[in-house]
Design a protein around this ligand. Structure first.
Ligand code: PLP
Length: 449
């Protein structure tokens, strides 16, 4: 017994030492600390709580499941909740996506895609294929496989001896380009970089290409020109490369369609990774969704050599099922499209008052504004200003949570993501915008922008 000898003010630790006030409760788009302060959750946590906080129907469904069982191991029992969630999920997916593999988070979902792709290659006599091309900047997770394809050098550097080096191509930052091409031409130019990389690596060694169809925190909701998506599909087909869409952040309705990839039906992937909004923060939940043509050869060759203890557990599955029910019942995906258009227009409108707002981009309620030194050239603000962090802190003190980053890798720049729950109303968009506008005014005064 060593009771007490290991006690510290806090025994917990996360990525860094900074601390925030203890949370008390949350409802809808709002979240309260124990000292009574209230915030608008303008980032849905980390783009997680798509259906909003404290949804009674989801809580009731979870309670009902909890009364029966919270855990039954998949080697001992099937469970209806996981079965039903898989069926429900496949109904929301594009044609052909009829197999679901559950996990508990986003890194596990992307990792699963990479491993299934690899086993598929082995099972189909293509064992020479192992390279997974990805983009920089990008974020696909923090486990070693997911990190190997993440385009964020500083995050990966200390672990490089533990990971295979994976080829990276630039993310389609076409809005930065100053050339004579049309947006469509730029989209094709970026997509063709994939073909060049496949050829340079040797097509017989390339297993897959992984991309976020609408970027997340790493790029600030980067959307490629429409021409990019079908061309990427075409190139993958030409060289037998599997296309993986990382929809961990962009999926589950956030962009105004169930999948962000649904905006470009001609660019459909082979494998999809989902998490975040799928469980909407009610339970850790993620999924890889795949067509049987990829799963069947792997199962026939002896099985998928992969799996997590908590995967497909009854409680997380019941929560996920209720989340999808609520999404449909409240037409939340439709609301994401409608409110996304309102919010995007309001963000765009900020440019007139704040000349340091450059590109405003995104889809649905996965939106971002870039903070720049010069909107004409999109020259970034100096890193030493720490503008993105100052904006987060100023807004936080005023009762608004936003998610913001400095993109590093490929190009540099501060951006702020505005991604409230999909249930936000127009009045609440105005409430959010009022605090954001005040925060930007304070930032401008403080940094002399
Ligand atoms: N992929 C994308 C696009 C993400 O945004 C994230 C998390 O932010 C992940 C993967 C990793 O998810 P998790 O943090 O749940 O492991």
């Amino acid at each position: 017994m060593h009771a007490g000898s290991n006690r510290r003010a806090s025994n917990l630790f996360y990525q860094s030492g900074s601390r925030r006030p203890p949370v008390d409760r949350a409802e809808g788009i709002y979240i309260w600390a124990q000292d009574g302060r209230r915030w608008i959750d303008g980032s849905s946590g980390a783009m997680v709580v798509n259906i909003g906080h404290g949804n009674r129907n989801v809580l009731d469904a979870m309670k009902r499941q909890m009364e029966r069982t919270t855990f039954a191991y998949r080697l001992h029992f099937e469970n209806d909740a996981a079965e039903d969630l898989a069926t429900r999920l496949c109904d929301l997916m594009p044609p052909g996506f009829d197999r679901v593999f559950f996990v508990s988070g986003g890194s596990e979902a992307t990792e699963s895609c990479i491993k299934l792709a690899r086993q598929y290659a082995v099972a189909t006599g293509q064992a020479g294929r192992y390279k997974v091309i990805s983009r920089f900047p990008s974020y696909h997770g923090c486990t070693l496989g997911a990190l190997a394809v993440t385009g964020y050098a500083a995050l990966a550097a200390p672990f490089s001896p533990l990971m295979a080096a994976m080829p990276k191509i630039p993310a389609p930052t076409a809005y930065l380009d100053r050339d004579d091409l049309t947006p469509a031409g730029r989209g094709l130019r970026y997509a063709d970089m994939l073909e060049a990389a496949i050829k340079a690596e040797g097509p017989e060694t390339v297993l897959a290409f992984i991309m976020e169809p609408v970027g997340g925190a790493s790029t600030g909701a980067l959307v490629a020109p429409d021409s990019y998506y079908p061309r990427v599909r075409e190139i993958c087909d030409r060289y037998g490369v599997l296309l993986i869409h990382d929809e961990v952040m962009s999926g589950a309705g956030r962009t105004g369609k169930f999948l962000a990839g649904d905006h470009w039906p001609d660019g459909r992937p082979d494998l999809v990774a989902l998490s975040k909004g799928l469980g909407s923060g009610y339970c850790p939940l993620g999924a890889m969704v795949a067509p049987d043509r990829i799963v069947a050869p792997v199962l026939a060759a002896g099985g998928f050599l992969h799996g997590f203890t908590y995967a497909g557990n009854p409680l997380a599955s019941a929560a996920g099922l209720a989340v999808l029910d609520e999404m449909e019942r409240g037409d939340m995906i439709g609301n994401a499209a409608r409110m996304g258009a309102v919010l995007a227009a309001r963000l765009e409108g900020l440019k007139a008052r704040f000349p340091f707002i450059g590109d405003v981009r995104g889809k649905g309620l996965l939106l971002a504004a870039e903070l720049v030194a010069d909107p004409g050239t999109m020259e970034p603000l100096p890193a030493r200003l720490n503008a993105y962090q100052r904006l987060v802190d100023i807004a936080y003190d005023k009762g608004l949570i936003i998610y913001s980053r400095r993109t590093r890798g490929g190009y540099e720049g501060d951006h702020v993501l505005v991604c409230p729950p999909l249930i936000i109303t127009e009045a609440q968009v105005e409430e959010l915008m009022a605090i954001l506008t005040e925060s930007l005014a304070d930032l401008a005064a403080e940094l002399h922008l």
